[in-house]
Design a protein around this ligand. Sequence first.
Ligand code: HEC
Length: 504
Amino acid sequence: MAGAAEAGPDGAMIYRDLCAGCHAETRLGGTGPALIPESLGRLKGEKLEAVIGAGRAMTQMPGFADTLSAGDIAAVAAYVAAPLAEAPVWGAAEITATRALNADYKPAAAPVFSADPMNVTLVVETGDHHVSVLDGDTFEVLDRFATPFAVHGGPKFSPDGRHVFIMSRDGWVQKYDLWSLSVVGQVRAGLNSRNIAMSPDGKWLAVANYLPMSLTILSTADLSVAKVVEITGKDGSPSRVAAVYQAPQRNTFVLALKDVPEIWEIATTEDGGPYAEGFVHSSEAGVEEALGVERGLFARRRIAVSAPLDDFFFSPDYRNLIGANREGETGVVVNLDVGREIASLPLPGMPHLGSGISWMRQGRRVMAVPHLNEGSISIIDMEDWSLVKVIHTSGPGFFLRSHAGTPYLWADVFTGEHKGEMHIIDKQSLEVVKVITPAPGKTVAHTEFTKDGSRALVSIWEDDGAVIVFDAATQTELQRLPMRKPSGKYNVWNKISFEDGTSH
Ligand code: HEC
């Protein structure tokens, strides 16, 4: 036929024929991960086509360069990079259907190892999707287990340090028993998720989801669904949950919402609330007259803010939170007792509040926060919210860490030509006392301390990487443990005791 356009390759058809078997017809994942723009993130364009062409060595992901033409690969890449035509439903029934408990799991009456269970440290190895369980005194690997694809956010320990919960980018939550050294089970709480938080009493685990726009609350005992909370702002517009945190003194979860100017608090005990939504006429006991009052377990409180805030740092008493707005120029202090903004802070250069830490200096509590766009760390007085100092470093950093047992703060450089330089900063003088470069040319990031603060564990953030154990006082290297891209390390004691110097 004259003039008929030659049809290009059909990405949807190629997907159905060659990919759906592993990644599912719905693109929501099967043996392979979800292939939707929410989860692919920065894997797009040529980078995405390169993965499809070459596959992933040592995994089930085959390379298609020999079977598909460059045009076919581009078409299927464009297909998986496009948003889903319809928002998938992922409610209590769908979540429950994915719940799988490990039949071989037997709870142990006591730890099956002789190491101090409070000094156990987990290393998340994103290189091959495993977690290593380290003895925090000898650094022997007690166990190494497979996790779901792409662990995201920090694992959360139960308050007694016995169990740990791990979440993946595709919304899988895995429960692991640190005494038995055994996986208990897993459940898919969301389709694309950001992080998890444990209720202060250890009974509930909240999962912050981007897709669908919800918060899933699971029972920690058996991973059953307690509630799926749909997230809609006061004006009715839906929102993704950027992050969820526990507020121990308040017995609540605190939610950062990505798309609406609100912060939510959700009660984690039966005596939660009352939280009034509308106009309160009288809140005297017995004669309450208010609109939309919520009370009891999972009662919800809305706090209005001037713009969406998606990354929080809390004062140790959890009365105040500091949030960053995405323009990344200011921090906003929100008082959770009165439920409104009380101060703003100049924090230019994209503050990474999620890795902020605080400590006592000259009788006052100060906080430190790194910046993602510039080589600086802001030190803020937490009583009057004044800027005490800007400490200059050799490049933008991602993580800060300290411990009550050490006078120093460890700050990494994550990007730029000085990537891999670790700054040792005196917490009292606020001066950089030393810069160490333990693996020249490689990304060196994320510090964690042992329970007593005497050892600092630092990651060489490469597939063929390592965890380096330092003497925290002298910064001399003691040991190097080979690991596959060890992205984060989590000491049981530092996490469950809310150790000063750890971010939460
Ligand atoms: C035999 C099963 C299988 C088939 C068939 C398959 N994949 Fe995969 N795919 C996987 C697995 C498993 C992974 C995870 C690999 C890893 O651990 O990094 C993966 C990973 C990927 C990734 C990287 C995802 C990420 O977030 O890092 C992309 C992109 C991808 N597959 C695209 C495709 C496309 C397109 C097809 C069809 C042309 C396809 N896959 C066919 C199993 C498969």
